[in-house]
Write a protein that binds this ligand. Structure first.
Ligand SMILES: Nc1nc2c(ncn2[C@@H]2O[C@H](COP(=O)(O)OP(=O)(O)OP(=O)(O)O)[C@@H](O)[C@H]2O)c(=O)[nH]1
Ligand SMILES: [Mg+2]
Length: 490
């Protein structure tokens, strides 16, 4: 299926390049073509200090993006896989990109801007050999505080496809609490052209989840409850597919945990639990400690900076209960408890498995934008028709559009029907068992039976004279998804 889609999109780009040769903005087509064969681009956006760079590092599994201070946190920075380590600076004035020097300080890549004002830099493009960047290129964006500030405007513009070409195919939006400006920024990312305000290419992350419960051992459980409540909020459902809580700092440190840190934690775990608890009530108390307490103040401060109170509590509990016996085991447990494993799974099922559709969607948008910029061009009408044809023929687009229609409240039905239909359309993942809500190891014949039962159910709904037209149409798209699924089972 995706090969057909890529072939159709490539043909469209060929036609557009012939039609628009030399026309203003035609360079965008070559870029769109390149993108089709590159990894999916996922932007990490959100307000200032939401924990974006920290989460990026956790996803790469290395401390690459600078956090906290430094002029480079104000610049959009791409991290992509490649053979060599290099940093290319793209100036804002459109002049030629230049290779710049960098150092690694405290793990993070410190780029030497060569005296340039960060505002004059459009973006930095960092190539870094990493298997975690093979399928997705990650784009770190500067935090948006108030939308009127210079830097904020830049990020806003970056996410707003109306003004500039959208450089990302999908977005992870980090939020600590839901905020009116959070919604505005998210809305800006959603284009209207290809499939209406679109919740299909965005995931919300409830970030710094450990802080939600004040670092208590049950912080993640509280964060999960809040995330589940947010995910039911109709305003948010219009904008994102899911809301996932992640303790990014813990995830980053867990991914990069050292043998030495494991040893320090083991030493700390020798102190009685009740005694240590009184010191874990605040960061100051923990660092100051008391004479005779394991580790030096400096060592405790270092651990706190890496793991936070929540991470320290979790680590000590795991060491004490002998659930983990090595830094490798501790790292694995903490990665899971930070919510990163869940996020990685969701990223794979919702973005990576759909990469071809999302990338083709970006390419169709690029052609459509060019047609808009040159409305009187003789080729524009034909290309627009071709875009419509690709979208109508490519079933994955219909799935995305229908998912978006359900999410934006344009399809009315019983809540359970809508939830099941969303799942059928691939909202929870595109494998047969995910679409049917079955267990992963369900045998093929049971999957097939479930698929036929489900087809019959949607047929009844589609043919029911009382079903509104939009619902019948949505049910038919679901039937087509299930038919393709049944064929794929052989
Ligand atoms: N407790 C806790 N602190 C976090 C978490 N994630 C990030 N931080 C801290 O929050 C601060 C900001 O983190 P960054 O990752 O730089 O946030 P950012 O969104 O990239 O910030 P800007 O790019 O400046 O907008 C740092 O001191 C991090 O250590 C988290 O999950 N829990
Ligand atoms: Mg940052």
């Amino acid at each position: 299926m995706s090969e057909h889609l890529i072939a159709g999109t490539t043909e469209l780009l060929d036609g557009a390049e012939r039609a628009f040769a030399g026309a203003p903005g035609a360079e965008a087509l070559a870029e769109a073509r390149r993108r089709l064969h590159e990894p999916l681009r996922v932007a990490i956006a959100g307000k200032v200090k939401a924990g974006k760079s920290t989460l990026l590092n956790a996803l790469v599994g290395e401390r690459l993006a600078p956090t906290d201070t430094g002029e480079c946190t104000k610049i959009v920075t791409w991290y992509r896989d490649g053979h060599t380590y290099q940093v290319i600076l793209h100036p804002r004035d459109g002049s030629a990109p230049v290779q710049v020097r960098f150092e690694r300080e405290d793990g993070a890549v410190e780029v030497d801007l060569g005296g340039r004002d960060p505002v004059s830099v459009d973006h930095l493009d960092i190539t870094w050999p990493s298997s975690n960047l093979r399928k997705i290129t990650l784009i770190d964006t500067p935090g948006v505080d108030t939308l009127s500030e210079g830097v904020a405007e830049k990020a806003y513009e970056f996410l707003d496809p109306k003004d500039t070409e959208t450089p990302a195919d999908a977005v992870l939006y980090l939020m600590k609490h839901i905020h009116a400006s959070d919604m505005r920024l998210l809305e800006a990312f959603h284009d209207e052209a290809v499939s209406q305000p679109n919740p299909v290419n965005a995931i919300a992350v409830l970030s710094r989840a450990d802080e939600i419960g004040g670092g208590r051992v049950d912080s993640m459980a509280s964060a999960r409850k809040i995330a589940a409540r947010l995910a039911r909020d109709s305003r948010l459902r219009r904008l994102v597919q899911v809301v996932i809580p992640v303790a990014g700092l813990l995830a980053e440190s867990a991914e990069t945990l050292t043998e030495r840190e494991f040893k320090l934690l083991t030493e700390l775990a020798t102190m009685s639990r009740s005694e240590l608890e009184t010191y874990l009530l605040s960061a100051d108390r923990f660092i100051q400690g008391t004479p005779g307490m394991p580790l030096t103040s400096l060592e405790r401060e270092e651990l706190l900076g890496r793991l936070g109170i929540y991470g320290i509590r979790q680590s000590l509990a795991l060491v004490r209960s002998k659930t983990v016996h090595s830094s490798v085991e501790l790292s694995r447990e903490l990665v899971s408890r930070s919510g990163l494993t869940d996020l990685q799974t969701i990223l794979t099922t919702l973005f990576v498995d759909r990469a071809a559709v999302l990338k083709c969607r970006s390419a169709l948008l690029a052609v459509e934008r060019l047609c808009e910029q040159n409305p009187d061009h003789p080729g524009a009408a034909g290309l627009r028709l071709q875009i419509e044809q690709i979208m109508a023929m490519a079933h994955p687009f219909n799935e995305l559009a229908t998912l978006a229609a359900i999410r934006t409240g344009r399809i009315k039905a019983r809540e359970q029907d809508l939830l099941d239909l969303e799942r059928t359309l691939g909202a929870n993942g595109t494998t047969p068992w995910q679409r049917l809500g079955l267990k992963q190891d369900t045998p093929a014949d049971q999957i097939r039976t479930a698929a036929y039962e489900s087809i019959a159910r949607w047929q009844r709904l589609a043919e029911n004279p009382l079903s509104p037209h939009e619902l019948s149409q949505a049910a038919r798209i679901g039937i087509r998804s299930l038919e393709e699924l049944a064929v794929s089972l052989g």
